[in-house]
Design a protein around this ligand. Structure first.
Ligand SMILES: Nc1ncnc2c1ncn2[C@@H]1O[C@H](COP(=O)(O)OP(=O)(O)OP(=O)(O)O)[C@@H](O)[C@H]1O
Length: 464
């Protein structure tokens, strides 16, 4: 059955998982991965390692031998950082900041796992390089979604609380059409709106010294936002701009373009097997078919609402249909995707961030960057596919490994525990998942439905 065949139906009351021997023929052929027995799940949640322990562990991406004071930051920024509750830098902050702040400014291509604090590295650089006596734009930052741009802005305003920083958005529907000039020090936005404002000279580019791309591999991908990002770069003054690229992933096909985009950059890179953090436990559930996926999802609802969860679907209409169905059954869920208007998107993500909604059903639009610490579960209702990337052939059924890494990275932030569950329902999706497993070098364990009670117990404990 096709994924988008909308195989929705009114589900029967929650059932136990179909025993292996009664699975359809196709399923029987599926190699059965290891089972996530309760012992394993216990080890996932009962090892209580504090953040301080992780920051003291030399093998952790959160490790640092230094203090923020030793990184050469202005006292006003230190005040902002400490007020945010940070006590020690993470590895990427410790390594990147001295390189980013040294003079003359040098470009940077920085890679570090999801949720390890890349935002602070580039935000502190922008805030450090501004001349606050001048009311001109000096730093611009691009992100792939308005949600991420808004989040980055919150970080800038918190870290810069004790500075005189002025900020502005370059996102859709934010400025009045007749706006003539922005003088904010830092502008954060998405590439289309940023280009438009620069072309119309609403943004004066002449004083810009820092250009940041968050989720840089996505921003530079020729099949995605690459053209638009290049347009912004071409509008900036030459030879005076420090270019800073950050992401958790830099696939080979983007790496060489990134090196041209940010010439002579200092590089901080990860090995393949380091791409995702170990604190995210990855599971899969064997579903009989497309309809069964929906049934399993409603069975999981109690688990999904112990903390907060994000469910990723391939299509906007799938997200909407699941959301409508679940709402009609009395569940509290919301859906978010690119077909909703700007104000609605803002309201949905803000409500989710505030914990007003426990479950968010979405598409790849928020697969990257979104930082909501209470999210402890991610469900890949549909696995991400290469065909969903703009520009690629629509029949490309290879899994999109980078998007997978970013999606599951919405949980397990900065040392927290999280779990991800993939729904697989036929041989093809099983193989796609196997390719993801190979590419990331991390095992994805099988969950039997009758383990859900144990899992619920452990999750509740973990959240206490
Ligand atoms: N040094 C620190 N101490 C404590 N918390 C931190 C520190 N640095 C960052 N954090 C927190 O960790 C969380 C993750 O940080 P951030 O969003 O910057 O991750 P990221 O590396 O950009 O992830 P992604 O690749 O998903 O975009 C945030 O809630 C942030 O406030």
């Amino acid at each position: 059955m096709q994924k988008d065949a909308d195989g929705f139906y009114t589900p029967a009351p929650a059932k136990e998982e179909t025993p292996a021997e009664s699975k359809p023929e196709e399923d029987k052929e599926k190699p059965q991965g290891p089972s996530a027995n309760s012992e394993l799940i216990s080890s996932t949640f009962e090892v209580s390692v504090t953040l301080a322990d992780q920051q003291a562990d030399v093998n952790s991406p959160l490790y640092s031998a230094k203090t923020f004071e030793e990184l050469g930051l202005h006292p006003d920024l230190l005040k902002g950082i400490y007020e945010m509750g940070f006590s020690k830098p993470s590895k990427i902050q410790e390594r990147a900041l001295p390189l980013l702040l040294s003079n003359p400014p040098t470009n940077m291509i920085g890679q570090s796992q999801s949720g390890t604090g890349k935002t602070a590295a580039f935000v502190l650089t922008m805030l450090s390089r501004i001349d606050y006596t001048k009311n001109t734009t000096q730093a611009v930052c691009l992100a792939p979604s308005r949600e991420l741009a808004r989040q980055i802005m919150t970080v800038i305003n918190s870290m810069g609380k004790f500075t005189q920083v002025q900020t502005e958005y370059a996102i859709k529907d934010n400025l009045p059409r007749n706006a003539t000039r922005i003088t904010a020090h830092i502008i954060v936005g998405t590439p289309g709106t940023m280009t438009d404002l620069m072309r119309r000279k609403v943004i004066d580019v002449s004083g810009i010294k820092v250009f940041v791309l968050d989720e840089a591999d996505n921003m530079l991908d020729q099949d995605g936002l690459g053209d638009q990002t290049l347009r912004v770069k071409n509008l900036l003054p030459r030879n005076q701009v420090q270019i800073i690229l950050f992401s958790a992933t830099f696939p080979d096909h983007v790496r060489s373009f990134a090196s041209k985009f940010a010439p002579n950059a200092n590089k901080i890179e990860l090995q393949k097997e380091e791409l995702s953090v170990d604190s995210i436990r990855q599971f899969y559930m064997d579903c009989k078919d497309e309809e069964h996926k929906y049934e399993i999802l409603t069975t999981l609802y109690t688990l999904l609402t112990i903390g907060q969860s994000i469910i990723f679907c391939q299509h906007r209409h799938t997200a909407d249909r699941i959301s409508q169905k679940m709402t009609a059954q009395g569940h509290k869920v919301a859906s978010l995707h690119g077909a909703k208007d700007a104000a609605e998107r803002d309201k949905i993500i803000d409500n989710f961030r505030d914990g007003k909604e426990k479950v968010l059903i979405t598409t790849n639009v928020i697969a990257r960057g979104i930082d909501i610490l209470q999210v402890n579960m991610v469900v890949n209702y549909d696995l991400p596919l290469m065909s969903e990337r703009g520009g690629g052939p629509s029949e490309d059924s290879r899994p999109d490994v980078e998007t997978y890494i970013h999606r599951i990275g919405r949980t397990g932030r900065f040392g927290r525990k999280g779990i991800s569950i993939n729904f697989v329902h036929d041989r093809k999706t099983w193989q796609q998942m196997e390719q993801i497993e190979k590419a990331t070098g991390k095992q994805i364990m099988r969950i039997e439905t009758n383990d859900l009670d144990v899992m619920e117990e452990k999750m509740k404990k973990a959240l206490k």
